[in-house]
Ligand binder design. Structure first.
Ligand code: GLU
Length: 306
């Protein structure tokens, strides 16, 4: 009997020790949650059967970004990591889901095909929300508003869109909104269409083209790399950026809109702006918290330029 009682006490102590250890683990899990990609109590609970639930099951989300467009998406030559505003927004979305972001390169022309064939789950690649694109994919609410501009070398005779006439050449990316904008607003200029903006940058630097035209943030990235280049003329267009998902993934688009809004409300967007844009332009952050998806269609009206 006495032996049995001793065994009981030992068993009880072992159980208590295990319970204490488990409680300790719980506390540790709580502490380390933040360090492991944002798996905190705020991790989003995805409704079953949604793309978000699928990403959580896989533990990762594949995000198409630019690799050659500082300061929105570029490979840092020192670290080899991809960085920028779009990458930070991608990290923020992945953190909310509690999954790892996997960034892949998406140039202007393959953004929509990548969503259509499942190569990417999300596109965060300086992509303007247009009604034409919205017929092929779904968008979140706007998370950034850029403007179309022209970039020329110092001393150029080109001071605006009206100077892009006969005998001049202008570079932009295939699959960008500027294919249509330039054909419409500078019909006499030679349009040099290339795959990536880094190619336009090289062509401008070596004098093969007279100007580059695209979003101001992309052109600002070129000026940061080469201060002899300058932005000229009035804005050509207004380009509201949205996060893209495959057509019909309405729940994902809603989740993304909500997440973008959270970044406005909790100060993350302001921090991202300061790091990637504000410190270069000296302008204050102004997140597009008043803009809905429908407003975006008005800002970039396809009936005129697409
Ligand atoms: N925002 C424009 C677009 O989506 C130009 C920038 C780009 O080509 O990524 O077409």
């Amino acid at each position: 009997m006495r032996g049995n009682k001793r065994l009981w006490i030992i068993a009880l102590m072992m159980v208590l020790a295990l319970v204490a250890a488990a409680c300790g683990d719980d506390e540790e899990d709580g502490d380390t949650g933040d360090d492991t990609g944002g798996e905190t109590e705020e991790t989003y609970e995805a409704p079953e059967g949604t793309p978000m639930a699928e990403w959580q099951e896989e533990g990762s989300v594949t995000i198409g970004v630019k690799f050659d467009v500082p300061p929105f998406g570029f490979e840092n030559p020192q670290s080899g990591e991809v960085e920028g505003f779009d990458i930070d927004m991608g990290n923020y979305i992945a953190d909310r889901l509690g999954v790892e972001p996997e960034f892949i390169e998406a140039i202007s022309d393959n953004r929509i095909p990548f969503l259509e064939d499942g190569t990417a789950d999300l596109i965060l690649s300086t992509m303007t929300i247009t009604t034409d694109r919205d017929a092929e994919i779904d968008f979140s609410r706007p998370y950034y508003v850029a403007q179309g501009r022209i970039l020329v070398p110092e001393g150029s005779d080109i001071a605006g869109i009206d100077d892009l006439g006969q005998g001049t050449s202008v570079c932009t990316a295939i699959g960008s909104t500027y294919e249509a904008t330039l054909s419409d607003q500078a019909p006499d200029a030679q349009l040099d269409l290339v795959d990536s903006y880094s190619e336009c940058f090289e062509l401008l630097q070596n004098g093969s083209v007279d100007a580059v035209s695209t979003d101001d943030v992309i052109l600002t990235g070129m000026v940061i790399q080469d201060e002899s280049l300058q932005l000229v003329g009035d804005p050509l267009t207004t380009e509201p950026y949205g996060v893209g998902v495959a057509e019909g993934e309405t729940e994902a688009a809603d989740f993304l809109s909500e997440t973008v809004e959270m970044s406005f409300d909790d100060g993350t967007w302001d921090e991202m702006y300061e790091e990637w844009v504000g410190q270069h332009t000296g302008e204050d952050p102004q997140h597009p918290s008043e803009l809905t998806l429908e407003d975006a269609y008005e800002l970039f009206p396809c009936d005129e330029t697409c």
